[in-house]
Design a protein around this ligand. Structure first.
Ligand code: SF4
Length: 218
């Protein structure tokens, strides 16, 4: 299950991602996975369990890198479930098409860091600009959306978060995601209060909430 407040949702993970986030918890999905299971099989499985669901979160990896994404989303829409797309914002061309075709009901867009830090995640020199294009697209749309930053020590400085929030002004929600250590990396998360303070600063620009805190979200 994947978090989508207000929904009983299941998640579908698509393989492929050109980013190299140092904290990635799905690194095994960055390259193709051998499987005999087709998307038709997956949709048929969802049909059987349709009554238990009111949403599907399509995530990854990075779903917008999968050429099957539009047809998969269309099949999910035919099931009459709400569909949320998780994306890192690397493919504004794909997002633009999905929005124009009405293939998702909600988008959660990861804003990894301030633009100057994007080279930590991608070798593509224009990646921060691509993400900014996706941000603007969502702000200008009527679609439910949230922007998310995972606040990872050494990757995101909490003092940079209000700068990110300023660039998201006009957006519906900004989520500061507490970092959960992944196997093999001995990074200690910031104290929850650091995220709470940063959220208060970011609230000057758009509604902002910490998520995944040790004690509980604000
Ligand atoms: S964008 Fe997501 S899937 Fe890709 S490397 Fe980063 S955390 Fe992993």
């Amino acid at each position: 299950m994947r978090e989508w407040p207000g929904h009983v949702a299941t998640s579908l993970r698509l393989w492929g991602c050109t980013f190299r986030c140092p904290y990635c918890s799905t690194a095994d999905l960055r390259t193709p996975v051998e499987t005999d299971v087709s998307w038709d099989d997956v949709v048929a499985h969802l049909v059987v369990h349709r009554d238990m669901l009111d949403g599907v979160v399509v995530t990854g990896g990075e779903p917008t890198e999968d050429p099957d994404l539009p047809s998969l989303l269309a099949a999910l829409k035919d099931l009459d479930v709400d569909v949320r797309l998780d994306t890192n914002g690397s493919r504004p061309d794909v997002l633009s098409y999905l929005l124009a075709e009405g293939l998702c009901d909600s988008v959660a867009l990861d804003v990894k860091a301030v633009p100057a830090r994007y080279r930590q995640f991608s070798d593509e020199r224009d990646m921060a600009a691509r993400v900014a294009e996706c941000v603007d697209m969502l702000i200008e749309s009527d679609l439910e959306h949230e922007f998310r930053t995972t606040v990872v020590p050494g990757v995101v400085d909490p003092e940079e978060l209000p700068r990110i929030a300023r660039a998201l002004r006009g957006g519906r929600l900004y989520v500061l995601q507490q970092y959960r250590p992944v196997a093999g990396r001995a990074l200690t998360p910031y104290d929850d209060d650091v995220l709470r303070r940063a959220a208060r600063e970011c609230n000057r620009f758009l509604p902002t909430s910490p998520r995944g805190l040790t004690i509980g979200d604000d």
